[in-house]
Design a protein around this ligand. Structure first.
Ligand code: HEM
Length: 228
């Protein structure tokens, strides 16, 4: 059987043998395979992680670039960047005059403004802003008057004691007496406006505070011009 098949195979191929075609030959493999120790390792069995040579060894790109003439000499090449100054040499707030560091621009080296003179004071226990909110909405009489009044500056001036402190803010007159121990800036600061118009001082100290809301249950009337 085998001999029959062999004779049939050879006789068939010899009859229809095609004309020989040129076979391309591989000139070089990139990268060159290194000799392995056991001698029978194939390309896929290699465990080196070297990337293939780029451009490939026989590429036109590689051949061309090696023939290119050097255009610039070493002295004509761009100089390397300056070495950045060490951070230990930098002074906070002092602009860098060497001009080669990453220090913040001079516009931001101005030291921050000092905090204002007025400070918050430690309030006595039971005098937190929440305690004040509870007191003013408790229904307790914090005004000391039965009806809203028209108050000229001369009348306002008479209410300048700790136990009777009135002040005007934006045309409204408030009895601040109950609020004095609750004021986060202290009683002393608040007493500076007792018996007079405190609008200016209030606005320059903390314009963001809503006095109308804080003292709504302490309103006693409205500031009016002195009667002639
Ligand atoms: C009766 C009107 C006033 C009310 C309702 C009031 C209310 C307040 C409130 C709620 C704060 C805390 C503000 C915050 O934490 O941001 C405060 C702080 C302060 N208040 Fe008044 N205030 C009044 C009038 C005044 C006046 C006339 C002065 C006078 C200078 C003054 C001086 C201060 C000061 C120095 C602080 C501390 C500011 C800080 O936190 O640095 N307050 N006041």
């Amino acid at each position: 059987m085998t001999s029959y098949l062999r004779s049939w195979l050879y006789s068939g191929t010899s009859a229809v043998e095609p004309a020989p075609t040129p076979v391309p030959t591989i000139q070089e493999i990139s990268p060159p395979v290194s000799d392995s120790e056991d001698g029978d390792a194939t390309e896929t069995e290699q465990d080196d992680d070297l990337p293939p040579a780029f451009p490939s060894l026989n590429s036109a790109q590689r051949v061309q670039s090696s023939r290119l003439p050097r255009i610039l000499t070493d002295s004509q090449l761009m100089p390397p960047p300056p070495i950045p100054s060490l951070s230990s040499l930098r002074q906070p707030g002092v602009p860098n005059t060497r001009g080669n560091s990453l220090v913040v621009p001079p516009s931001t080296t101005k030291p921050p403004p000092k905090p204002k003179k007025g400070k918050k004071v430690a309030l006595a226990p039971g005098h937190s802003p929440l305690d004040w909110a509870a007191l003013k909405s408790s229904g307790a009489d914090l005004r000391g008057v039965d009806t809203l009044l028209r108050i000229p500056p001369s009348v306002l001036k008479q209410h300048n004691k700790r136990d009777d402190a009135w002040s005007a803010f934006n045309g409204k007159v408030y009895n601040m007496t109950a609020y004095l121990p609750f004021h986060p800036g202290g009683e002393k600061e608040l007493m500076r406006v007792a018996g007079r118009d405190g609008t200016q001082l209030f606005a320059s100290t903390h314009g963001w505070v809503n006095v109308d809301f804080m003292l709504d249950s302490c309103l006693v009337g409205f500031l009016v011009p002195e009667p002639s």
